[in-house]
Design a protein around this ligand. Structure first.
Ligand SMILES: NC(=O)C1=CN([C@@H]2O[C@H](COP(=O)(O)OP(=O)(O)OC[C@H]3O[C@@H](n4cnc5c(N)ncnc54)[C@H](O)[C@@H]3O)[C@@H](O)[C@H]2O)C=CC1
Ligand SMILES: O=C(O)/C=C/C=C(\O)C(=O)O
Length: 482
């Protein structure tokens, strides 16, 4: 059986205690690899390797560092098929998504930050008798704790700017999706990234590698994407060594559809914003609000598309649009929200169950039909908590003010989508949303230079473009008396 090891100081190594855990393909239930389970010891080895590598990587001229990272982007592209297959086997996501979003974004992240950081200036102030200028320096060793929903995409979204800014990293990928972080180690070696610049420790979170990384005194910053409660746990562990923190956490994002919107366009995109990646996207618009005059049309349009156009099944079939959820355990968690909605008197218009007609190979897979729910008030569990599955609630509203009020009635503040053809309304409603990322008449349209992150319980800080540079570097002001 294949073994997935840690990648430390340019070498693939096992855990000193020999412990491993199984890597399961959630679409078939098969064990596809054994993963080395790291802890404090492996984290310390990786941090020491990163500290050593930082002495030269951190001082390398930006142009040289960027050139190496562009090679890394090319290296991902050259092995795109290996990355795609590994991501699908770990997550159960459809090949259409892995090959168009996940893996291309892995290389795009390196290209973006390698290029962008070459052109960012620092400030300079002349005063009477003195000159001030700022120098930008890397932070040091960065801990990257990443989730399972877009394993390579979200990990490289952090690793790329961290390395481009001159830091060295220790990555703790999700225990559900260890493969592509490990593959990236192979590519680093192949393209000549110096040993110790990129390190990976496999393992779990609490009482394991994730916690050890969060509290390691030589790790200067932690960047994390995942659940809000995990963010709080990391923050507590990071407090003693006063680490910089960047958190992108959960969401319960509103999707407002006004009667003046282009309904066809709104419905087609709402299918993506509801069910892309099996609804396991922190940006999914899981709370749909439709103006009352079009409410029935919106529900009928979504149900029609969910039952007639979504193809649930084999992740490797290019026609498949909905693959497996990340695990059987997560399937049960998502189902518990559907059960709670039923108990709260909801109408389940479609979905809410495992598809009946899956090929034998997938009968143990964590598949769930796209699910459309109505009839819940704002206080119900399924309307308040992040479900992170192919499940949406649809609720009517009467006025713009009510739509804004409902949209903002949440502990989260990650993203929001507004569908309207009125320019003024688009601006007014976007400005009123308590969210870090706003889309008007679109969804998940990404420009990697823009600020990305959430308000309220959806995160701390922003990454993307120059905002990533702010997090992954320190500024030193030099004042020279003339
Ligand atoms: N982008 C997002 O907003 C995401 C949100 N989620 C939410 O989180 C739920 C659970 O998914 P998980 O992957 O289990 O998320 P999680 O937040 O538990 O795990 C994310 C990462 O944090 C690590 N981790 C967990 N506990 C830790 C601790 N105490 N200290 C340090 N590291 C720790 C995990 O090993 C993993 O690498 C999902 O159902 C969803 O609601 C999950 C993935 C992404
Ligand atoms: O486009 C990105 O950078 C991120 C996309 C998705 C997430 O952040 C997420 O689902 O966590």
């Amino acid at each position: 059986m294949k073994e997935i090891k840690h990648f430390i100081n340019g070498e693939f190594i096992s855990s000193t205690n020999g412990k491993t855990f199984p890597d399961i393909n959630p679409a078939t239930g098969e064990v596809i690899a054994q993963v080395c389970e790291g802890g404090a010891k492996e984290v310390d080895l990786a941090v020491q390797a990163a500290k050593q590598a930082f002495k030269t990587w951190g001082k390398m001229p930006q142009a040289k560092r960027s050139a190496l990272l562009l090679k890394l982007a090319e290296g991902i592209r050259a092995r795109a098929d290996d990355f795609i297959q590994a991501e699908i086997a770990d997550t159960g996501k459809p090949i259409s998504l892995a090959s168009h979003i996940d893996i291309p974004r892995g290389s795009a992240n390196f290209e973006q930050f390698a290029e962008h950081f070459k052109y960012v200036a620092t400030e300079c102030y002349e005063m009477e008798g003195a000159l001030n200028y700022a120098l930008r320096v890397p932070v040091g060793v960065i801990g990257v704790i990443s989730p399972w929903n877009f394993p390579l995409l979200l990990m490289t979204w952090k690793v790329a700017p961290a390395l481009a800014a001159g830091n060295c990293v220790v990555v703790k990928p999700s225990e559900e999706t260890p493969a592509t972080a490990s593959l990236l180690g192979e590519v680093c070696n192949a393209v000549g990234i110096p040993a110790g610049v990129y390190n990976v420790v496999q393992g779990f979170g609490k009482d394991s590698a994730g916690e050890a990384l969060s509290e390691h005194p030589d790790v200067r910053a932690i960047t994390f994407t995942g659940e809000t409660t995990t963010g709080k746990a990391i923050m507590r562990k990071a407090a003693d060594s006063l680490k910089k923190l960047s958190f992108e956490l959960g969401g319960k994002n509103p999707n407002l559809i006004f009667a003046d919107a282009d309904l066809e366009e709104a419905l087609n995109t709402t299918m993506r914003s509801s069910f892309a990646n099996q609804g396991q996207v922190c940006l999914c618009g899981s709370r749909v609000y439709a103006e009352r005059s079009i409410f029935d049309k919106v529900v009928a349009g979504l149900v029609k598309r969910a039952t007639e156009t979504v193809k649930v099944g084999d992740p490797l079939n290019p026609q498949t649009t909905l693959g497996s959820l990340i695990s059987q355990g997560h399937w049960e968690r998502v189902m518990s929200y559907i059960d709670s909605a039923k108990a709260d008197g909801a109408t389940i218009h479609c979905g809410g169950k495992r598809p009946a007609d899956l090929p034998a190979k997938f009968t143990k897979g964590a598949f769930l039909e796209p699910t459309v729910i109505t009839g819940l008030d704002r206080h119900c569990k399924a309307q308040k908590e992040e479900i992170f599955g192919p499940v949406i609630t649809v609720t009517p509203f009467d006025t713009e003010a009510e739509a804004i009020e409902l949209a903002n009635d949440t502990q989260y503040g990650l993203s929001a989508t507004v569908w309207t053809s009125q320019l003024q309304r688009a601006h007014t409603v976007a400005a009123a949303m308590e969210a870090g990322i706003l889309w008007v008449n679109t969804w998940f349209l990404r420009d990697l230079r823009t600020p990305f992150g959430g308000m309220k319980n959806s995160g701390i800080g922003r990454e993307g473009g120059v905002h990533s540079l702010e997090f992954y570097s320190e500024l030193k002001n030099v004042c020279i008396k003339l």
